[in-house]
Design a protein around this ligand. Structure first.
Ligand code: F6P
Length: 546
């Protein structure tokens, strides 16, 4: 098999690098071509994605598309949609797109159509969700379930927790939802301290069902439950369900596999909240809304699969990231939602992006000499404005950012609170404008600012942003947004020629934690422990005894 050319050896790469030697600022770009405000917009479903405030021209975009063409992004995309094993290090298909395929679709893995199984699990989830929502599913003592606690970590936590927050306005308000992930006992303690075990359902979410944090928390949750229910082991069946690919381990833990909602090894953890992992969300918003969300995902899947390069939103966003990260030297990417409900959106994207594209060897195992995934960070925009935006505006770093906002607020807000929405969005538009166009020294002087302050009050501008607008944040729109980012991450991984679907780096930490733990609890010798960590362990044990 012939090796893929190194990215940096491709003529298309070098053409981009050469092109970057003629930079133009955003004031100049808009003056020369005001039409870019309309032209640099891509629409998909309910999303209007404006990328006019980027440091690119038609030529930049053409060169980026050339790079996508020669790196065969669409070829890999098609292989993913066909169910080929593009996760090469784990020899697995990458088929989160099958989780939201319509009932009559045919998608094969190893010659078997997986779509009927996907819908079988969705139907089982729907029936269970309705039982919990209606009060038909009762706990061991006959009381209805009022509290749902999801125990999981990484993809088995961030997705449902993020989506629950995002769609809070659509949730059954009479139910309480909590998400426990941290093995720090305080997490579970705070989650259950005011709950009645008789009314509490635990959802243990773990693809592998071996993740130490989740199994430890689930074991402690079971003890808490049994303490509250006179130790009657039979209670577990009514208060514990599992979401996993590993029926054997679920049974070992003591959960009846009849109470297990299955998914498959071709669903990556960080791509899994639209699988059984979304059960807590489905209970919260109901099966119909969950299906609307899946339809939103599917809409963007189809767009990614079929739209031409110029109008392909994930491709465009992926390419812009390549331009900044690989050519202009940006190290990070800010995601700044102007929506309180999206407070966990960026944290979710951190796993999606950084666990996928935090790689430094290519698909052939060669070290890469180009930047791969950026540091993704951010919090809801208005709060960020009063914290770290100063650095984006006037610091020394290039930080491309996504600004996300909605035209209409959701939820039963009073008229007074609804009216605040324009102010929220005014902030989004103002920030995009200020970041892009800044304020020149002449403009500052014209305001009568004393000369010694002019430099301090001048804004260079040219801080690129994408503005993603939609009518409102509803289940379908959330699905559209997540699929958009999933495929953007895919595009970048394809260009960088890395495996975006494994996470070996995380595995090492897991193994080492297991090895070190006995030293903390019993002082046991850990063979081969390095001097620094051994000293830390000794200090910890001393402090622990105080
Ligand atoms: O963080 C590593 C990881 O393997 C993620 O990819 C995954 O989402 C998370 O751990 C949880 O894994 P599991 O669902 O198997 O408990």
């Amino acid at each position: 098999m012939s090796e893929t050319p190194l990215l940096t050896e491709r003529p298309e790469w070098n053409a981009l690098v050469a092109h970057s030697a003629e930079p133009a600022g955003l004031r100049e770009l808009f003056a020369a071509d005001p039409g870019r405000a309309e032209r640099y917009v891509v629409r998909v479903g309910d999303l209007r994605i404006d990328y006019s405030k980027h440091l690119v021209t038609d030529e930049t975009l053409r060169l980026l598309r050339e790079l996508a063409l020669v790196t065969d992004v669409f070829g890999l995309r098609d292989a993913m949609f066909r169910g080929e094993k593009i996760n090469i290090t784990e020899r697995r298909a990458v088929l989160h797109t099958a989780l939201r395929a319509p009932r009559d679709a045919v998608i094969e893995v190893d010659g078997e159509n997986v779509v009927p199984a996907v819908h079988g699990v969705l139907d089982k989830m729907a029936a269970f969700s309705e039982q919990v929502r209606s009060g038909e599913w009762v706990g061991h003592t006959g009381k209805r379930i009022r509290n749902v606690v999801n125990i999981g970590i990484g993809g088995s936590d961030l997705g449902p927790a993020m989506a629950y927050e995002a769609l809070r306005a659509f949730t059954a308000r009479e139910l309480t939802f909590r998400f426990v992930s941290n093995v720090d006992g305080s997490d579970l303690h705070e989650a259950v301290r005011d709950l009645d075990p008789e009314e509490t359902l635990f959802i243990v979410a773990s693809k592998t069902f071996t993740t130490i944090e989740t199994i430890t928390n689930a074991t402690s949750a079971r003890s808490w439950l049994l303490r509250g229910l006179d130790g009657d082991e039979k209670a577990v069946a009514k208060h514990f369900v599992a979401l996993s690919t590993n029926a054997e381990k679920v049974a070992d833990f003591g959960i009846d596999t009849a109470n297990m909602f299955e998914f498959w090894d071709w669903v990556g953890g960080r791509y899994s909240y639209d699988s059984a992992i979304g059960l807590s969300l489905m209970i919260a918003i109901g099966p119909d809304a969950f299906r609307e969300m899946l339809a939103g995902f599917h809409l963007v899947d189809e767009h990614f699969r079929t739209a031409p390069a110029e109008a392909n939103a994930p491709l465009v966003l992926g390419l812009l990231g390549v331009w900044y990260g690989n050519v202009l030297g940006a190290q990070s990417h800010a995601v700044l939602p102007y929506s309180h409900y999206l407070s966990k959106f960026t944290a979710y994207l951190q796993q999606l992006d950084m666990e996928s594209n935090g790689k430094s060897v290519d698909r052939e195992g060669r070290s890469v000499s180009w930047q791969t995934g950026p540091v993704v960070w951010g919090t809801p925009g208005t709060n960020g404005q009063h914290a770290y935006y100063q650095l984006i505006h006037q610091g020394t770093k290039l930080i491309p950012a996504d600004l996300l906002g909605f035209a209409r607020p959701v939820g039963e807000l009073s008229d007074e609170l609804k009216a605040q929405h324009d102010l929220l969005m005014a902030n989004l538009f103002a920030q995009g404008q200020a970041l892009a166009f800044g304020k020149t020294a002449e403009e500052v002087r014209a305001e009568g600012v004393p000369e010694e302050q002019v430099a301090h009050r001048t804004f260079k501008g040219d801080h690129p942003t994408t503005t993603i607008l939609a009518g409102e944040l509803n289940p379908s729109v959330l699905g559209q947004l997540i699929a958009l980012y999933e495929h953007k991450v895919f595009v970048q991984g394809a260009i960088w020629n890395i495996d975006s679907f494994d996470q070996w780096g995380v595995e090492l930490g897991k193994v080492l934690a297991k090895r070190v733990e006995p030293a903390l609890t019993t002082g046991a010798d850990v063979p081969g422990l390095d001097a620094s960590t051994a000293a830390l362990v000794a200090a910890y044990r001393e402090l622990k005894e105080v």
